[in-house]
Design a protein around this ligand. Structure first.
Ligand SMILES: [Zn+2]
Ligand SMILES: [Zn+2]
Length: 444
């Protein structure tokens, strides 16, 4: 049978060739260095890995059997035939994936830089960073000790993510048994779904998929509590986005009982939001607002994955359903071509996950037309950032643009999965959508 692209589904999918997910794990940390939007930004982010670890981008391509960044990008876009990879078996795939992390965390040496007698060995505690020898490991410890514990979790999550991609980890779903007002954060959400989650997690932990995963990865299987912890973190990572949209609806007071339904545009969307994303992933948003008359989530960005575009369709919005669709475009172009011409209605809310406009002048330039447009059309908007520092920097920029910030703070639905800075593993891991900012219109 020809290999097929693995998909995350809410129903169990047939076994598929385990290949294309690898770049997802490799790519996830990239937005930390430089993120969307702009067609060339991702390439920039990819090659900027080399400024921390010279030669790392080449190592990644080589280990993943890819010739160029263009090929890598095609995979992220979901537009490459999977048969082109040529991994013989899951063992080889996991080995190659692990090899992309194989550089000395202290002196940055790659395997190719070492003399024949030397090999890179991982830290025994976290199994996540590598050292070319005991000297480097010793010198690195004062820095590494601060993140070793957290990086251990990252290393487990990275492998467990595979079960999401293959469809073996099916997220708990279904109407909320509690009134939505009682569910204001992860703690209450987990309490509400408690029994259901226990049953789900126990089933996965006892599954054949779990056994074969750990048989393939060539490292000891963690104990059930560690595996459960990881599954819970992955769950928050997937559901963080829909529930953060829900937070925006609540705080910004969006009317979800509007005739014809309500629309939210996710701006600057890229492979991060759309690769392996399926419509069911946002059902939780619908359950948060029982009695809603249809919710349409439109992903707009130049890097929206092709696979996502093909997997979604814009059929009429039914009350009580959540619909996903995508547009490959910069938002201000999308606005001109789709909204101003009346093809698509004004959004009830706009969301940007980690726009990153505080990070560089280039990104600020790319975002400026969109920010001004949102301000001038008084569109309720929510953005998220990774850290308190980014929160402060972003707030300053919005205030300087004369934008009326209505709320900001720690996101009660942040992802609880730590993200390692790929080329600089000793940097403090961060959490997706850890903080939010909401704004509406001009300051005066
Ligand atoms: Zn070293
Ligand atoms: Zn360690």
């Amino acid at each position: 049978m020809a290999p097929r692209l693995p998909r995350r589904r809410h129903k169990k999918s047939p076994t598929v060739a385990p290949v294309v997910v690898i770049p997802l794990t490799v790519v996830t940390p990239l937005p930390l260095t430089l993120s969307k939007p702009g067609p060339s930004i991702d390439a920039h982010g990819f090659f900027s890995l080399d400024s921390n670890v010279p030669g790392l981008s080449q190592l990644i391509l080589q280990k993943l059997n890819m010739k160029s960044y263009e090929e890598y990008k095609l995979v992220i876009d979901g537009g490459i035939p999977v048969s082109g990879f040529g991994f013989q078996c899951p063992q080889e795939m996991f080995q190659r994936m692990e090899d992309t992390f194989r550089f000395c965390a202290h002196c940055r040496a790659l395997p190719s830089n070492l003399s024949d007698s030397k090999v890179l060995r991982h830290c025994k505690r976290c199994r996540n960073v590598y050292y070319c020898g005991p000297e480097c490991q010793r010198s690195d410890w004062p820095v590494h000790r601060k993140v070793c514990q957290e990086l251990r979790l990252v290393a487990v999550d990275r492998l467990m993510e595979w079960l999401l991609a293959t469809g073996d980890f099916v997220l708990p779903s279904g109407p909320w048994p509690w009134p939505a007002e009682d569910v204001q954060d992860w703690n209450t959400w987990f309490s509400m779904r408690g029994l259901q989650i226990d049953a789900t997690l126990n089933a996965i932990i006892g599954s054949h998929a779990m056994t074969s995963l750990w048989a393939s990865v060539g490292r000891p299987r963690p104990d059930p509590d560690d595996l459960k912890g990881s599954l819970r973190r992955l769950l928050t990572d997937v559901l963080s986005r829909p529930l953060t949209l829900g937070l925006g609806f609540r705080v910004l007071g969006i009317d979800v009982r509007k005739t014809g339904g309500s629309a939210v545009h996710v701006v600057g969307a890229s492979h991060v939001e759309t690769f392996l994303t399926r419509s069911g992933d946002y059902d939780e948003l619908g359950y948060m607002f029982s009695g809603h008359l249809g919710l349409h989530v439109i992903m707009v960005g130049v890097d929206v994955s092709a696979d996502f575009l093909h997997s979604t369709s814009a059929s009429p919005l039914e009350p009580g359903t959540v619909q996903l669709s995508g547009h490959r475009s910069l938002y201000h172009d999308f606005w001109e071509e789709q909204i101003e011409t009346g093809k698509i209605a004004y959004p009830d809310m706009v969301v940007a996950f980690h726009p990153g406009f505080h990070a560089s002048l280039n990104l600020m330039e790319a975002w400026l037309p969109t920010l001004l447009l949102l301000r001038d059309y008084k569109i309720p908007t929510l953005i998220t950032v990774y850290s308190h520092q980014e929160l402060a920097a972003s707030l300053q920029i919005l205030v300087n643009l004369d934008i009326h910030v209505t709320a900001y703070g720690a996101n009660p639905f942040t992802s609880l999965k730590p993200e390692q800075v790929y080329s600089n593993p000793n940097k403090q891991p961060v959490y997706c959508s850890a903080y939010y900012i909401m704004f509406l219109g001009p300051a005066r």
